[in-house]
Design a protein around this ligand. Structure first.
Ligand code: F6P
Length: 374
């Protein structure tokens, strides 16, 4: 039996102290997203099978690194999680160690506690799976010497440096299904149906599901709209014989002279722009309007196969990054290749829809209005 097989080194043929296995940790931060469990499963399997690592799961994102809340992740504990939505490790938008609410509510820097806990837990590398906020924290911890690698996640698909984030295509599928369903009821009642989908800063979900579902009007944050232009499109379509209209609006869409619509401004929770658009055009058209807000249905449930594939490749690649000591790097999709890029690059700017790009131009050629015309 070799030293590696039995965990015992041989020195000049004599057994010496057992070789300590490396220990890595995985955490999920920010909002959840279909495919997180697929990343965890792939990272754990690769870590154990290819690198002989032990793996810890940190619960509730960076919060778990503050409280030392960790559980062992084994081949057994990750069995069966591939098709499941959500995250086995749970997650939170709170728990930023650099800006943590103290007992009196003022924000404190507790990052030193994270550094100490990482050392106490004997962690040799951490895989942080998250969006913009999580990656910014990961980079700052990396700057303090915490060995971090990252996996990009968001249904909004707005992270730079990667072609797609897993979860996005699942959200697009859910939204497209909603557009299809709204078509049949809109058609039966001669109504304008407005579907509000997620997309805080970027309109990728609205654009993809709008085109895939054959929407008539798509409103996205990157192309501010005018209510008069929306009403004109609806009237023009009526003159051409159309009796109903489907509008897909991203939650972060805004009027040319307006602001984004918050459900709760203090916490910056978006929501309600579809109702605002409905109110803005109601007096200008003679069709009934109904609003559907899709909400977190887009984030829940089982990932589609495409997202499982990207997530699985990301999970494997992240475990490999730790094995190679490539800290401060994020796995990313470029074409069909999984590559790694500096986390710093991924958080330097957002990937927004190009208003002059191919997808928008294709939609316009098909007669889709972005609410920005006359
Ligand atoms: O960032 C992804 C996202 O789904 C946004 O599109 C949306 O505004 C936000 O998360 C909702 O977050 P929460 O779960 O906190 O309501």
């Amino acid at each position: 039996m070799t030293g590696r097989d039995c965990g015992t080194r041989l020195l000049n043929g004599l057994p010496c102290a057992p070789m300590k296995k490396k220990r890595i940790a995985i955490l999920t931060g920010g909002g959840d997203c279909p495919g997180l469990n697929a990343v965890i499963r792939a990272a754990v399997r690769t870590a154990i099978n290819d690198h002989d690592f032990r793996v810890l799961g940190i619960q509730l994102g960076f919060e778990g690194l503050l409280t030392g809340s960790a559980v062992p992740l084994t081949a057994e504990s990750i069995r069966g999680i591939l098709p499941k939505g959500g995250t086995l490790l749970r997650t939170t938008n709170r728990g930023n160690p650099f800006s943590y609410p103290g007992p009196d509510g003022t924000l404190e820097d507790r990052s030193r506690l994270v550094v100490d806990n990482v050392r106490k837990l004997g962690i040799d590398g951490i895989i942080a799976i998250g969006g913009d906020g999580t990656l910014k924290i990961a980079q700052k911890l990396c700057d303090l010497g915490v060995p971090m690698v990252a996996v990009p996640k968001t249904i909004d698909n707005d992270l730079a440096s990667t072609d797609y984030t897993f979860g996005f295509m699942t959200a697009v599928e859910v939204a497209t299904d909603a557009v299809d369903r709204l078509h049949t009821t809109a058609e039966s009642h001669d109504r304008v149906m407005i579907l509000e989908v997620m997309g805080r800063d970027a309109g990728w979900i609205a654009l993809h599901s709008g085109i895939a579902g054959g929407a008539d009007i798509i409103l996205i944050p990157e192309i501010p709209y005018r209510p008069e232009a929306i009403a004109n499109t609806i009237r023009e379509r009526q003159r051409e014989g159309a009796k109903f209209d489907i509008i897909v609006v991203a939650e972060g869409a805004l009027r040319q002279d307006g602001e984004v619509t918050y459900l709760d401004k203090a916490s910056r929770r978006l929501g309600g722009v579809a109702y605002q658009v409905a109110a803005e055009i109601a007096q200008q058209i003679d069709l009934e309007i109904r609003v559907t807000v899709l909400g977190h249905i887009q984030r829940g449930g089982s990932p589609i196969p495409y997202d499982r594939l990207i997530a699985t490749q990301f999970g494997k690649a992240a475990a490999d990054l730790i094995a190679d000591g490539k800290f401060g790097r994020m796995v990313a999709l470029r074409g069909e290749q999984i590559v790694d890029v500096p986390i710093r690059d991924a958080i330097s700017n957002m990937k927004l829809v190009d208003p002059e790009g191919q997808l928008v131009s294709t939609a316009r050629s098909l007669g889709v209005s972005f609410g920005d015309g006359r």
